[in-house]
Design a protein around this ligand. Structure first.
Ligand code: FDP
Length: 346
């Protein structure tokens, strides 16, 4: 519980003051993202009232073109990013290519477009029309190139290079979770004042959990190790807290958020159909991995730490195992080791 009345902007400014050399640009950028997400939140909340779901291209009663929510969210984020002037490129899960941006403050040597932003504007899109929690995921990198619009090389950096990451979940309330590498903090939107207020500081994910999240309908497509791990979690053993409970919303942000607070392991493995898994490295896996590690958890593609994967293209997919540290470590053993019979039998 937090007794202080701290807004998101106050929090990032306080963090920034710990670094005398900071120009304030990252704080401004994060504040811009929060602003865009407030606008998206409003539209998500209104989605059931106004008839905008699933009707891209049609006109509403004001004669304006109606957009699907994911298209709308993408447009809002890009618009706010362009206006802010702190980034040299924006990459979105909704767009095929990255969008290079010109310098806005070319005459000010202290303000440059030195950052890159990656967005999944509306994650969990298959849940949009049925009132299930969805979210926006973001991550921020520093550019590698010196000046001008950003390049593909700027956009394809390893997850270890992220300077900030977070997500906003549009659920029973709108919650923003972020890290700049100094712990994970969450803020709840108070719609009456229009501010994100600090609700949870320095979040720690439980080291071991009793919950797994996976689309078990894919069971027959998984490899042996994955099948054995899930079967292991379902066996009764009070010593190791089994059987685990199963919780799967099918909205990554929502599943991740629950596991972050209560403990859990989220899995989207590769399978016989999707050899590289389903989720996107740059837009989903990297930001959530930065957050989970900052909260004391772990994230892996089954063998390698997600943050150390070298991206080769913007929409690259990866298997993802993310959550409580001990659970991800045990899962890796099932996937990697030749002989898992011993653990599986125990
Ligand atoms: P969605 O297809 O609804 O957009 O990455 C997208 C994602 O949702 C994640 O949010 C979610 O965890 C996952 O895909 C769900 O995939 P399955 O429907 O295959 O379980």
């Amino acid at each position: 519980m937090v007794s202080k009345f701290t807004t998101f902007y106050r929090h990032i400014i306080d963090e920034e003051r710990k670094y005398p050399e900071a120009t304030g640009q990252l704080s401004d950028l994060l504040a811009d993202i929060a602003l865009a997400c407030k606008v998206i939140s409003l539209e998500v909340n209104r989605a059931g009232l106004i008839d905008i779901l699933g009707f891209t291209g049609e006109e509403n009663i004001q004669g304006e073109e109606v957009k699907k929510l994911d298209v709308y969210a993408n447009d809002v984020l890009k618009h706010v990013m362009k206006q802010g002037g702190h980034i040299c490129a924006v990459c979105s899960e909704e767009d095929v290519d990255f969008i290079p941006l010109e310098e806005k403050f070319a005459d000010n040597k202290f303000l440059t477009n030195k950052y890159i932003c990656h967005f999944d504007p509306l994650d969990g899109s298959s849940n949009i029309d049925v009132n299930v929690s969805i979210g926006t995921i973001f991550s921020v990198y520093k550019r590698i190139s010196k000046s001008g619009p950003g390049s593909l090389q700027d956009c394809l950096q390893k997850g270890t290079e992220q300077v900030a990451a977070g997500y906003v979940i549009y659920g029973s309330s709108t919650v923003l979770v972020y890290t700049t590498g100094e712990g994970v903090h969450s803020f709840t939107l108070d719609p009456s004042v229009g501010e994100f207020l600090l609700s949870n500081e320095k979040i720690n994910i439980p080291k071991k959990s009793k919950t797994y999240s996976v689309n078990e309908g894919n069971f027959c497509k998984w490899d042996k190790g994955m099948k054995k791990y899930i079967s292991y979690l379902k066996k009764i053993d009070s010593h190791t807290g089994r059987p685990y409970s199963s919780r799967y919303i099918g909205s990554l942000v929502a599943d991740f958020h629950r596991n972050l607070l209560y403990g859990g392991i989220f899995m989207y493995p590769s399978d016989s159909k999707n050899k590289k898994g389903k989720l996107r490295l740059m837009y989903e896996a990297n930001p959530l991995s930065f957050i989970v590690e900052q909260a004391g958890g772990k994230s892996s593609d089954g063998k390698i730490r997600i943050l150390e994967l070298q991206p080769e293209n913007l929409h690259q997919r990866t298997p993802l195992f993310i959550g409580s540290h001990e659970d991800v470590t045990l899962l890796e053993k099932f996937l990697v080791e030749e002989s898992v019979e011993e653990i599986a039998q125990s």
